[in-house]
Design a protein around this ligand. Structure first.
Ligand code: ADP
Ligand code: MG
Length: 498
């Protein structure tokens, strides 16, 4: 296969070598577990965390005479995913046997797709940044193909001093292998790409993206070259299971290759493993002794064929995806930056939309980003864990808008609701948090502060900026409850400014 370089070289992406600049070329093969109740070719459950070998049917155990039966939902999930990746859906695809021996693969072959995958070329738009100026840039990463295949089981070598065990629960679970073109140029781009891919799959509901449960893992292909030159020899780092490790694996592997090339050596095409403890990759096997899998069409399965109408139906039922949602949010007045944050997870976008319903979108966005996400970040929690509901955040915003509470008190109110729950308006009422708009009371407080600071009051006539200090003192004296506009006006008036 000839690879076409679709990216223009961009010097700011190169990493510094010791003698010259090098460009890193990366392509990812992502294995994403299909969200479905049962396996790709059997009715056994896909539930995570079950007792070893509890979810194994006769088909999964490869008992003689058992025949695979395609799970229609898994096929629909792969088509949905292809549509979400703006990809070509192939109306005819073929399942092939990929032959190899492994103790956790009872069939002696994996059913996969080789020449005719269910999904062809697609595109993922990835936002990378921020650069030193704080800007984000959209880049397009090509998808080569997506195919369906079976997962293997798990060999367990740490359960017994002299024996290895096999857990076949995962055997036969449907995977989508999503292969990118070699369009990625840095660890940051690769991390942004897989993050975006995961977001899209989660929006689609086709893969839960939980990398720590193994639902998503990546083979990372890395090569280096002098900018503008031909692609170099690549190494493939197998089965990397966290986004952070993907970044570390790319950087250490690129450094290793650059060091060899700068010493006048050559890169051997090989399969490597990333060791997170050491932060480096090590050789697993060279491509020379790579298996000849002897792919051939599985005689037990007919080619998959479906009509354009079937694809169109799935397409019309797709949910709104992150890019479309982001454009819509920007159209509703949000900045590109805020919109990107809000769509980064579907649950965050849903939360925001409930808050924004019937309210100013920018105010809703500020509250969700600065207060809600800020607090979740501070407490290392996810949006799913939030103790504050969209209605409660909306209630706080309404109280500010009506002038019942100040912005400062609103933050306190948010903290109270975070800890104790409750209705915003009732809490404001019962705890006397209402804003003081009674000018008589504010006037008295202003007079008091001025009387206590005659020197500053005198200076303020020359330096009007000092008014801010007086406003701060009055706000403090009122416990944040005075109406800031009223205080501002009265301070200026009493100090004789303007
Ligand atoms: P294989 O099946 O042997 O792994 P593929 O042609 O399917 O080979 O490529 C696998 C992955 O390697 C793809 O994601 C592709 O983008 C990537 N890739 C191909 N050439 C290079 C290269 N020179 N440097 C980095 N990645 C590459
Ligand atoms: Mg590969």
């Amino acid at each position: 296969m000839t690879l076409i370089d679709t990216r223009t070289p961009d010097p700011k992406r190169f990493i510094a070598g010791t003698t010259d600049d090098w460009e890193i070329i990366i392509g990812l093969e992502v294995h994403a577990q299909v969200t479905s109740k049962s396996k790709l070719f059997s009715g056994a459950s896909t539930e995570f965390g079950a007792e070893p070998n509890a979810n194994v049917s006769l088909v999964d155990a490869a008992m003689p005479g058992m025949l695979p039966v395609i799970n229609e939902e898994c096929v629909a999930q792969a088509v949905r995913t292809g549509l979400g990746l703006n990809a070509q859906i192939n109306l005819r695809s073929v399942f092939d046997r990929k032959n190899y021996f492994y103790p956790d693969l009872p069939q002696g072959y994996q059913i996969s797709q080789f020449k005719d995958p269910i999904v062809g070329e697609g595109i993922v738009t990835v936002s990378v940044g921020p650069d030193k100026q704080g800007n984000f840039e959209d880049i397009e990463i090509g998808v080569e193909r997506l195919h369906l295949e079976q997962d293997a089981g798990k060999s367990m070598h740490d359960q017994h001093p002299t024996m290895s065990f096999v857990d076949l629960n995962r055997t036969g679970v449907a995977l989508m292998e999503i292969v990118s073109k070699p369009d990625l140029r840095s660890a940051d781009e690769a991390k942004a790409y897989i993050t975006k891919l995961r977001t899209i799959l989660r929006y689609l509901g086709t893969c839960d993206g939980n990398m720590d449960e193994g639902s998503m893992r990546a083979d990372v292909n890395v090569s280096v070259r002098k900018p503008g030159g031909d692609f170099g020899t690549r190494c493939e780092i197998k089965n990397v299971n966290s986004i952070r490790f993907i970044g570390q694996a790319i950087e250490s592997e690129a450094r290793r290759q650059i060091a060899i090339l700068e010493d006048g050596g050559t890169i051997d095409q090989e399969t490597r493993l990333f060791d997170p403890a050491k932060g480096e990759t090590r050789s697993m096997r060279s491509k020379e002794d790579a298996h000849d899998y002897r792919y051939f069409p599985d005689p037990d399965l007919l080619p998959l064929e479906f009509s354009q109408a079937y694809v169109d139906q799935l397409k019309s039922d797709l949910p709104e995806l992150p890019d479309a949602k982001r454009s819509r949010f920007i159209g509703e007045g949000l900045s590109a930056y805020d919109a990107s944050i809000l769509v980064s997870e579907k649950a965050i976008a849903d939360f925001f939309e409930q808050v924004a319903e019937g309210r100013d979108s920018k105010t809703a966005a500020n509250w969700v980003i600065n207060n809600l996400l800020g607090k979740l970040n501070e407490t290392s929690q996810e949006i799913e864990d939030t103790p504050v509901s969209p209605d409660q955040v909306g209630g706080i915003i309404d109280l500010i808008k009506e002038g019942t509470i100040s912005g400062k008190i609103a933050k306190d109110l948010f903290d109270i609701i975070w800890e104790e729950g409750g209705d915003p308006a009732e809490i404001v009422e019962s705890r006397g948090m209402k804003q003081v708009t009674d000018t008589g009371a504010i006037e008295a407080a202003v007079d008091e502060v001025i009387a206590a600071n005659p020197d500053k009051a005198e200076q303020a006539k020359e330096k009007p900026n000092l008014a801010g200090w007086f406003v701060g003192q009055v706000m403090k004296a009122s416990g944040g409850k005075a109406n800031p506009q009223a205080v501002q006006e009265l301070v200026k008036q009493k100090l004789g400014i303007e």
